[in-house]
Write a protein of this length. Structure first.
Lengths: 210, 241, 473
């Protein structure tokens, strides 16, 4: 079979035999800077805004909910099943559909709705990144199909950066089939290097730190 | 009494740019280093090596090693030749332990001219004077293989009357590349023209480099373009009074 | 060099607009990378390179082990691994699966590996529609062209050319505003994403300890390709492997910065299988195609094996003064620039385009910027000697070999060398005031001399050589 054929060629090329053990790879290189939460929030917001996203720092869950309502401004939305969204009262806002677990229905809604509202499993301060793990609470399409993406980030989940994420989550595959790092609105510069936002993914993102 | 320096003048300086070689001698002697010129020297073998003719390169390299055996210091007015001797001799003698050993022993004694001044002579100000606005071209082998970058600039900074203006394309290749200059002549010419555009933008009246092959490429292009900018080897600037 | 190669180069050099497009685009990417690796944002850039090189060296040197670990983990998460010897195997697999599932429409995200094996052409031959969804790739698919650059496939296209394409191929009214052109493509492709049966992606990295593929992008088309259709097939060369998810800390830091000057691209996807448990969306089936297609041959060459460390960032292209002049389409194979110059002879044989390893001034800018420290100039030099060995065996290029033999002989005989120098000096035309020589009036002009003079003037012969001046001191 092709598997044995290719593996055999690899071993022959390397002069290795079947089942030959392997010494340790170079140790993993992850740096862990201590950064205070205030600095993290500030850095996180600055990065997202530099990329053309909008941010808001919510003083309370009500504040978060009001901000989201203002962004929606009467437009339709699909919200994920993140507990934080329910706790903030966002799933109860007018025009917001949530609690969907059927794939076909979710896709149909996401392809016509104006906004997708999600939580975030983690966020990374130094790059302005949202970390989304696919689960029953967070479907993939909500942060992908609608042209606007609104994300609520629990400040407890705001990490310093990718190195911290990989330190606390060394095996993302154990948790989910899909972990996506989202850093700013969708963009391209494929034609004459001119920047255009919102090519396939959302062109407008709002991140609320709660 | 300062150490004896053996000069490997390089075939291109010997045949086409002898004044640069004489300038090296002048500067070294001025600094108190007796200069010796082993007359049996010819070439380091780089043209053959770069063209894929390793056996021919080895023949010439063996001759070089024989000629310079026992030298205390070898000074070379060229980054590319220095790199050939100090780095690539080991590549071509992998299958000849005796010459490999000779090459390895010789390598630490070989210095590109500016490196010798700074690292061995320990000198930055050689007492030179040249009233001119110049720009500096980083030749690729010197820059990337020998890490020669700040050194020549420091040496130039002490030349009285000299103004050094950096060009934006200082680290871009001039397009010489040995036989590349004739095998891919149009590309090479295009690269040279990019460089001279950058040179012209500085307003300098001369381009300085540590490699005569680069200077040959640049001067050839400047002359073809009818531009009155001249090229100078670093040694010629430092020998100026 | 071959007439084809020469012709492509000359055509590109003669096209002033194209020259400007290539130079400007690569210039921007150079500047973006430079900013992204400054110490303020990236204090340990050089250490990261050293570390990445060491991890790649270890992984490649033990690739069989990691391929097996990877396969085990993919399968543990409900996916399947398909090893393919070559492009035919890849196409056969996709076609068979498509037939079994009744699939007719495939969406693709950007994958140089699938271009390497002409996957779209093979699928279209069997009447499967396969649509590129990355904007640049979509444009060149409409144009029936190869990508111009590893990271920026439509680098060479102007907005006017894009307008022409969209009108010709889609029948839309002519539109030259770039943002609007993008939205036209977006609308067309959205419909494809939502109705496609299969999504085919590449993989920037394969992660052995997770059975995962990592995809980096800015548009969102890779996410849609791998999330909307019910089947996801990731196609990757076997060399894309890294040992651990935690190694991404280093590799993602290097890839984005080296390619486009971004600390992270907009989307980084870490995909380890079909949707599981109560996940609401995602593919039902997940396949990873692991491709050889000549990589095992490169693997067998200890000296040049490091060619496989490449993470396809494109930095070497951007910094190469030769690429910046001759562009991506002058290169004979799918991979262009310095990495293309070392992969092509190793995959296709040195005889495919013997001049390719010589199309370089060996300036070393590529090695300086390579995030995984591949010593490209060293490999080019080895390939050059292999080309000459092949020519010797074939009895080709005899004149040049003879010339170098004579040259070497002269260089071993100092007295002959000196006489030869004096003879050449006496033949050289007299110039006054040391003016450089514009042309030669001799009847015979050796090719190298003619080539030199086609671009620049010759130095005059000095009255005395250095050694003559030395003796007269």
């Amino acid at each position: 079979m092709s598997r044995d054929h290719v593996l055999h060629k690899v071993r022959t090329a390397l002069g290795r035999s079947v089942g030959q053990p392997v010494e340790e790879p170079p140790p993993v290189r992850l740096s862990m800077d201590e950064v205070a939460i205030e600095a993290r929030i500030e850095c996180f917001r600055a990065r997202i805004e530099a990329l053309g996203g909008k941010t808001h720092r919510a003083e309370s869950m009500d504040d978060a909910c009001n901000y989201v309502a203002r962004v929606l401004n009467g437009r339709s939305a699909v919200a994920s099943n993140s507990a934080l969204l329910r706790q903030c009262g966002i799933t109860a806002l007018a025009g917001v559909e949530s609690g969907i677990t059927d794939r076909a229905r979710l896709r149909a809604l996401c392809s016509t709705t104006a906004c997708g509202i999600t939580g975030a499993n983690y966020a990374l301060a130094d790059t302005g990144t949202l970390v989304m793990l696919a689960s029953v609470q967070e479907a993939r399409m909500i942060s992908l199909l609608p042209p606007v993406h609104i994300a609520l980030v629990d400040r407890e989940r705001l990490l310093t950066g990718l190195d911290e994420l990989l330190t606390i989550l060394p095996r993302p595959a154990d948790e989910t089939s899909s972990m996506v790092l989202i850093t700013g609105p969708s963009r391209t510069a494929d034609i004459e290097q001119i920047l255009v936002r919102g090519v396939h993914g959302p062109g407008e993102i709002h991140v609320v730190v709660v | 009494m300062a150490a004896r320096v053996s000069l490997f003048v390089t075939c291109i300086v010997d045949q086409l740019f002898p004044k640069a070689g004489m300038a090296v001698v002048e500067v070294l002697e001025r600094l108190g280093f007796p200069v010796d010129f082993p007359e049996q020297q010819t070439c380091c073998g780089q043209p053959a090596f770069n063209s894929g003719y390793r056996e021919e390169a080895r023949q010439v390299a063996r001759h070089f090693l024989d000629v310079f055996r026992g030298a205390e210091y070898i000074v070379v007015p060229s980054g590319s030749c220095t790199s050939m001797i100090a780095h690539h001799f080991a590549d071509i003698f992998q299958a000849e332990p005796q010459y490999l050993e000779q090459a390895r022993q010789l390598a630490p004694k070989v210095f590109e001219f500016s490196q010798f001044l700074l690292e061995v002579a320990g000198v930055e100000d050689v007492g030179a004077r040249l009233d001119e606005v110049v720009t500096y071209h980083d030749s690729c082998h010197a820059l990337r293989e020998l890490k020669v970058k700040d050194g020549p600039r420091r040496l130039l900074s002490h030349v009285r009357g000299l103004e050094l203006r950096e060009m934006d394309a200082a680290e871009e290749c001039c397009g010489f590349g040995g036989t590349f200059s004739v095998k891919f002549a149009e590309v090479s010419g295009g690269m040279a023209r990019n460089k001279i555009d950058s040179i012209v933008r500085t307003g300098a009246s001369a381009v300085v480099s540590v490699d005569s092959s680069c200077l040959m490429q640049l001067q050839g292009a400047l002359s073809r373009a009818g531009l009155p900018i001249r090229t100078l080897h670093l040694a010629e600037v430092l020998a100026s009074r | 060099m071959s007439a084809v190669f020469d012709d492509k180069i000359q055509t590109t050099l003669a096209d002033g607009k194209l020259q400007l497009a290539i130079y400007t685009a690569t210039g921007r990417l150079i500047e973006k990378r430079r900013k992204a690796i400054m110490p303020e944002g990236c204090p340990d850039y050089q250490e990261l390179r050293t570390h990445a090189n060491a991890v790649k060296r270890h992984t490649i040197d033990h690739l069989d082990y990691y391929l097996e670990e990877f396969a085990r983990n993919v399968e543990a998460h409900g996916g399947k691994v398909v090893f393919c010897k070559d492009g035919q195997d890849v196409a056969d697999f996709v076609l068979r699966l498509a037939k079994e599932r009744g699939a007719t429409l495939i969406v693709k995200s950007k994958s140089m590996t699938t271009e390497e094996v002409d996957l779209n052409e093979r699928l279209e031959h069997h009447h499967l529609e396969s649509v590129e969804t990355d904007l640049g790739e979509y444009i060149i698919q409409l144009a029936h062209e190869r990508p111009y650059h590893i990271v920026a496939p439509a680098l060479h296209k102007t907005r006017e050319q894009v307008a022409d394409l969209l009108t010709d191929k889609l029948g839309v009214a002519r539109e030259t505003v770039i943002e609007k052109q993008t939205m036209i493509a977006r609308a067309v492709l959205r419909e494809k994403f939502l109705s496609a049966d299969i999504g085919v992606s590449g993989a920037n990295f394969l992660v052995a300890d997770s059975g995962a593929v990592v995809l980096v992008e800015n548009e969102g088309n890779a996410r849609l390709t791998t999330s909307a259709p019910k089947i996801h097939i990731a196609v990757a060369g076997i060399e894309k492997m890294i040992p651990r998810a935690q190694d991404l800390g280093v590799f993602l830091k290097l890839l984005g910065r080296s390619a486009t000057g971004q600390p992270l691209t907009v989307y980084t996807s870490f995909l380890s299988g079909p949707r599981r448990g109560d996940e609401i969306d995602g593919p039902d089936e997940f396949y990873v195609v692991l491709l050889d297609n000549g990589r095992t041959k490169v693997l067998a060459d200890r000296e040049k094996r490091e060619s496989l460390y490449c993470i396809r960032c494109g930095a070497c292209l951007n910094h190469c003064p030769v690429y910046r002049k001759i562009g991506g389409h002058s290169f004979p194979w799918i991979y262009s620039g310095p990495i293309g110059a070392i992969l092509t002879p190793q995959f296709l044989g040195v005889n495919h385009e013997p001049a390719l390893p010589f199309a370089s001034s060996l300036c070393g800018a590529c090695a300086e910027v390579c995030p995984v420290k591949i010593d490209i100039p060293k490999i080019l030099l080895e390939l050059r000697s292999e080309v000459k060995e092949a020519e010797q065996r074939q009895g080709a290029n005899r004149l040049e070999r003879i010339a170098f033999r004579i040259w070497a002989w002269v260089m071993r005989h100092p007295r002959v060398y000196e006489l030869a120098g004096m003879a050449a000096a006496s033949l050289a035309p007299a110039t006054d005031g040391g003016a450089w020589v514009r042309s030669l009036r001799t009847a015979i002009q050796p090719t190298p001399l003619r080539a030199w003079l086609s671009q620049r003037d010759l130095p005059p012969s000095p009255p005395k050589s250095f050694r003559q001046m030395w003796r007269e001191r």
